[in-house]
Design a protein around this ligand. Structure first.
Ligand SMILES: *[C@@H]1O[C@H](CO)[C@@H](O)[C@H](O)[C@H]1NC(C)=O
Ligand SMILES: *[C@@H]1O[C@H](CO)[C@@H](O)[C@H](O)[C@H]1NC(C)=O
Ligand SMILES: *[C@@H]1O[C@H](CO)[C@@H](O)[C@H](O)[C@H]1NC(C)=O
Ligand SMILES: *[C@@H]1O[C@H](CO)[C@@H](O)[C@H](O)[C@H]1NC(C)=O
Ligand SMILES: *[C@@H]1O[C@H](CO)[C@@H](O)[C@H](O)[C@H]1NC(C)=O
Ligand SMILES: *[C@@H]1O[C@H](CO)[C@@H](O)[C@H](O)[C@H]1NC(C)=O
Ligand SMILES: *[C@@H]1O[C@H](CO)[C@@H](O)[C@H](O)[C@H]1NC(C)=O
Ligand SMILES: *[C@@H]1O[C@H](CO)[C@@H](O)[C@H](O)[C@H]1NC(C)=O
Ligand SMILES: *[C@@H]1O[C@H](CO)[C@@H](O)[C@H](O)[C@H]1NC(C)=O
Ligand SMILES: *[C@@H]1O[C@H](CO)[C@@H](O)[C@H](O)[C@H]1NC(C)=O
Length: 499
């Protein structure tokens, strides 16, 4: 469960408030990535995978800006380096909030500030200023009247609970008593959640064979291997639930109740070195898929069945620049080109619902902008795509990016034409995905939610102006498309600024 020290230096953030929306699974976005996509491409990847919640480890201005009007909820992070100054000075806290939170709301939906990353175990000397830092930030939010929108918490490692099993007897490390007591009081007063980083991967690999791997991977346990708390007789079907429950019982032992837990990090590496045999694609795929179905089922752990275990998976991209063992660089679920490392499916609405019968054609992240624009022009022109949905004011207009509009148009073309030989290529700027790219009220063609209305004007073989990609004919049946072309060219000029 001990994260490598290297991680702590960079990964500083997190949180979420569990009751504001329904149950969700989100993703951490660490950025120690050699080929980190542009912020607009990161948002495109999030959209394409229907990711609704993300946690950043800092408050990167480009990413926060790109997330505006995306409908994605964001947890921003105060880094461990920043905690000290903020804890010592209310004005430093106010500047932090004024620089990193206030300018982005409401278009970027910042829902929480995660103060530091595992501060109590990685920089225990900073414990005395942690809650003062949280308080100072909260006062700054109150001053801006944002404290009802933005919650403050501080992600802690499972290591602050020295003996997590059986859950019913778990308590926090008593030498942290006074800090944790103050923190729980703060969370209670501000209606915030307790942020927990809980890694069955480490619980299993450092458990010296005490626990079966099926328990760590949410797989069914044979009758002889049932994991039962001897005091409560609760059956624990997964180590993940037992960890979350250990934290609930630890909070309970401090005489606090009604503070929900948000899991700010969990996950499983898909590749490891020779001494890390459990870091495999199969295990990572099993863990994360089972985790997603368990969380989206909506029920909590045995002691808190009515409180959803909202969770952020660690992590979106492989962070190849992280120091440490091979596994440290391979926790990601999506390559930076947008391809899944392994398939993630889910039965829930909040994440990547994969329809095995469905294939979608979308813009490939990182594509040349001129080629994308040409592809979009062609699709909405000669390709006969009904591009009404990506016009200003229509459901698929925001995010107002070339990538998003091209995705919509490419996919519509592909859904209608692939049975007749149409391909998903567009000069190499398109890519097939099995995740339904629909979001909010924007239904992509071929989505189980979309009605495949065949209202195409019949303009087969219409002449096409070679420069614009728009039909050259002016016969009435083309008028709608011509005006769409004009509109598209209008807003595409705006889009050509560098993102
Ligand atoms: C912002 O996030 C909060 C909490 O998840 C949610 O209640 C609210 O609807 C979101 N607002 C927008 C504009 O998405
Ligand atoms: C409790 O925390 C203290 C201070 O961080 C640490 O020295 C000690 O090892 C911890 N105890 C256990 C059992 O983890
Ligand atoms: C922990 O701290 C609180 C508040 O300071 C105090 O009331 C309580 O007795 C302490 N508990 C232990 C076990 O030290
Ligand atoms: C916290 O919740 C209570 C009870 O629902 C409410 O009265 C109070 O205004 C909330 N405070 C904040 C800061 O959200
Ligand atoms: C919690 O409450 C019980 C009963 O009132 C008391 O004995 C115990 O010391 C309290 N624990 C803490 C940590 O305050
Ligand atoms: C959710 O998962 C829990 C634990 O595995 C199980 O007991 C419960 O029946 C599930 N609920 C639903 C609605 O599937
Ligand atoms: C995406 O990147 C991965 C890893 O570099 C590679 O294996 C895969 O083939 C790439 N996919 C596409 C479609 O380029
Ligand atoms: C998958 O797609 C098929 C055909 O479009 C549809 O009938 C089915 O309901 C979809 N399944 C899900 C889970 O969306
Ligand atoms: C499909 O519609 C259902 C019910 O209206 C909604 O909950 C779900 O989010 C929609 N899915 C997509 C991919 O838009
Ligand atoms: C599909 O066509 C029907 C009838 O022509 C119309 O009522 C409906 O709004 C259309 N749906 C979409 C998604 O365009």
């Amino acid at each position: 469960m001990v994260r490598c020290l290297g991680r702590v230096l960079l990964m500083l953030f997190l949180t979420i408030l569990p009751f504001a929306r329904g149950t969700f699974v989100g993703f951490n976005i660490g950025t120690q990535v050699s080929s980190l996509p542009a912020a607009s491409d990161i948002v495109l990847i999030l959209k394409n995978n229907q990711i609704s919640h993300v946690r950043l480890y800092d408050a990167d201005a480009h990413i926060l800006k790109a997330l505006s009007n995306s409908g994605i909820d964001v947890v921003v992070g105060v880094t461990n380096e920043e905690v000290l100054g903020i804890g010592q000075s209310p004005s430093t806290a106010a500047s932090w909030v004024n620089k990193n939170v206030v300018p982005y709301l409401p278009s970027t939906n910042i829902t929480a500030i995660a103060v530091g990353s595992e501060v109590l175990t990685t920089i225990p000397n900073a414990a005395p200023i942690l809650v003062p830092a949280m308080n100072n930030l909260n006062k700054a939010l109150v001053a801006s009247n944002l404290n009802f929108l933005v919650k403050i918490s501080s992600p802690q490692s499972m290591d602050i609970i020295p003996r997590p099993f059986p859950p019913s007897t778990a308590t926090f490390n008593s030498s942290l008593n006074s800090t944790i007591y103050q923190m729980l009081q703060f969370l209670k007063n501000t209606n915030s959640s307790f942020m927990l980083n809980a890694y069955p991967y480490y619980g299993y690999t450092q458990g010296n064979g005490i626990f079966p791997i099926d328990y760590a991977l949410f797989r069914p346990l044979t009758p002889v291997k049932q994991i039962v708390d001897p005091n409560t007789l609760s059956h624990y079907k997964s180590m993940f639930e037992a960890m979350v429950d250990a934290a609930y019982y630890s909070i309970d032992s401090m005489n606090f109740s009604g503070i929900p837990i948000t899991v700010t990090e969990t996950g499983w590496p898909w590749l490891g070195g020779t001494t890390e045999p459990d870091a495999t694609v199969e295990n990572a795929e099993t863990f994360n898929n089972n985790l997603i179905s368990r969380v989206l089922n909506g029920s909590g752990p045995p002691s808190q069945v009515n409180v959803p275990m909202n969770t952020y998976i660690y992590e979106l991209f492989n962070e190849d620049e992280r120091p440490g063992p091979v596994s440290e660089k391979n926790w990601g679920v999506i390559f930076t080109n947008g391809t899944a490392v392994y398939p993630l499916s889910s039965t829930g609405a909040s994440l990547g619902a994969t329809n095995s019968s469905g294939q979608f054609c979308i813009a490939k992240p990182g594509s040349d902008q001129d080629k994308l624009q040409a592809g979009l022009n062609w699709a909405c022109g000669q390709g006969q795509v009904n591009c009404a949905a990506i016009q200003s004011g229509q459901p698929c207009y925001t995010p107002n990016t070339l990538e998003n509009h091209a995705s919509y148009a490419y996919n519509d073309y592909y859904q209608r034409m692939h049975s007749a030989g149409g391909t998903c290529d567009f000069q190499g700027t398109a890519i097939i995905t099995t995740s339904d790219p629909s979001y909010g009220t924007c239904a992509f063609t071929g989505s189980s939610n979309a009605t495949m209305n065949s209202t195409l004007p019949s303009i087969a073989n219409s002449p096409v102006s070679p420069q614009s990609g728009c039909p050259a004919s002016t016969s009435t049946s083309y008028l709608r498309i011509l005006s769409l072309c004009a509109t598209l060219f209008g807003f595409l000029t705006l889009l050509r600024r560098p993102f």
